[in-house]
Write a protein that binds this ligand. Structure first.
Ligand code: NAP
Ligand code: MG
Length: 404
């Protein structure tokens, strides 16, 4: 078989620990034998970030703006322990945070469904994709403890010095207060990313806030989404046969639990934080969640939703066998390859990505899986494979599919 050719390179962002090991195995077993991979490689492993004063992370994000599509391995976000472990010059910032700030994107997370790993919610038949707004609200709030009686006000001082005031509360005793903010530009970017991703994946888009109670704050989110939808996306949604649906957050929660899935649920920052953990645990496993950062300009960065699986890496370093699930990382590759194929109009590349995903699913459904899945599967005849043999089993399934 001739290898599939690529036109434009992918931005490849390598990472850390166990996922870095899987990264190499995935390329060797599942990509190189079938695709003439064109990638611009950036090593976001912590050592290289430290050596380059984190310049490599910035460069990789700018390259994503240049080429449009990136695939990223999980990376360590340093804390005090990592500074010591890697003898770092500084406690470098989270690469995901840096990349997100440069691309101004929204993260979409969706579970990978296979037979034998059933969601806890029986009605869910299709994935539910969570889109979380990643700026402001309670995450950038100012707070005060109010020691006793007194008045709290919000004060806005315009550049010309004029003040506008709004009473928060006349305290008669001790209490607490919090000031939140958001900015229209960020909400607009969020809305554009959501509408674009819905069109891209041909799924309905749900959005919910508490606008009946928060008549200015949450209502602004609702209004911005509606204005952008009406002005720029309505016609395209109708043509694609998909729907934009707004409701109250509590109503949304009730509907989600009774739904079949198969849509994107856009959430404000806090709702997204809480609901993405609910969705991922109810669907089964963080190792079966895909994650893609979509910028309002339409740049895409694909990754796994889990971290670098540090505990497994230390076992690996001691020469012990690991059974680490590579599916989410493989799906990061297939997501990026498919998107590259769509943008470059190379359907062979898209078809290859589809088959590689199907190969992962077939492998698990045939009872061959890693330990994390073996612990939660309802399948009876299960073979637990180590990290390497699991990828080799996927290769066998892929070769069978490519023969058809
Ligand atoms: P983690 O890497 O997600 O792993 C936590 C635990 O979840 C593992 O110990 C393992 O459980 C299980 N797990 C996660 N992925 C798995 C997989 N693919 N296959 C099998 N089991 C899996 O989280 P962490 O250990 O808290 O974080 C490690 C590092 O990752 C940190 O330095 C953090 O900064 C980084 N991180 C990076 C990203 C990112 O780049 N997107 C995201 C989150 C965290 P058992 O040990 O029980 O087997
Ligand atoms: Mg959280």
């Amino acid at each position: 078989m001739d290898k599939i050719k690529m036109i434009t390179p992918l931005v490849e962002m390598d990472g850390d620990e166990m996922t870095r090991i899987l990264w190499q195995m995935i390329k060797d077993e599942l990509i190189y034998p079938f695709v003439e991979l064109k990638s611009e490689y950036y090593d976001l492993g912590l050592e290289e970030r430290n050596r380059t004063d984190d310049k490599v992370t910035f460069d990789s994000a700018y390259a994503t703006k240049k080429y449009g599509v990136a695939v990223k391995c999980a990376t360590i976000t340093p804390n005090a322990a990592r500074v010591k472990e890697y003898n770092l010059k500084e406690m470098w910032k989270s690469p995901n945070g840096t990349i997100r700030a440069i691309l101004d994107g929204t993260v979409f997370r969706a579970p990978i469904l296979v037979k034998g790993i059933e969601p806890n919610v029986k009605s869910w038949k299709k994935p539910i994709t969570i889109a979380r707004h990643a700026y402001g609200d309670v995450y950038k709030a100012s707070e005060m403890k109010i020691p006793g009686a007194g008045k709290v006000e919000l004060v806005y001082t315009a550049e010309d010095g004029t003040e506008t005031r709004e009473l928060v509360h006349n305290f008669t005793g001790a209490g607490i207060v919090q000031g939140q903010h958001n900015i229209e530009a960020s909400i607009e970017s969020f809305a554009h990313s959501c509408f674009k991703f819905a069109l891209d994946t041909k799924q309905d888009l749900w959005f919910a806030t508490k606008d009946t109670i928060s008549k200015k704050y949450d209502h602004t989110f609702k209004d911005i989404f509606q204005e952008i939808y009406d002005a720029e996306y309505k016609a395209a949604f109708e043509e694609a046969g998909i729907e934009y649906f707004y409701t109250l957050i509590d109503d949304a929660v009730a509907r989600v639990v009774k739904s079949e899935g198969g849509y994107i649920w856009a959430c404000k920052n806090y709702d997204g934080d809480v609901m993405s953990d609910m969705i991922s645990s109810a669907f089964g496993s963080l190792a079966m969640m895909t994650s893609v950062l979509v910028s309002p300009e339409g740049y895409y960065e694909y990754e796994a939703a889990h971290g670098t699986v540090q505990r497994h890496y230390y076992k690996h370093l001691k020469g012990e066998e690991t059974s680490t699930n590579s599916v989410a990382t493989i799906f990061a590759w297939t997501g990026a390859l498919r998107k590259r194929g769509e943008l470059d109009n190379t359907p062979e590349l898209c078809a290859f990505a589809d088959k590689l995903e199907q190969a992962c699913i077939n492998t698990i459904e045939s009872g061959k899986m890693t330990k994390d899945l073996a612990l939660i599967t309802s399948l009876k005849d299960v073979t637990v494979l180590n990290s390497e043999n699991f990828i080799k089993a996927i290769r066998e399934a892929l070769e069978a599919l490519l023969k058809d």
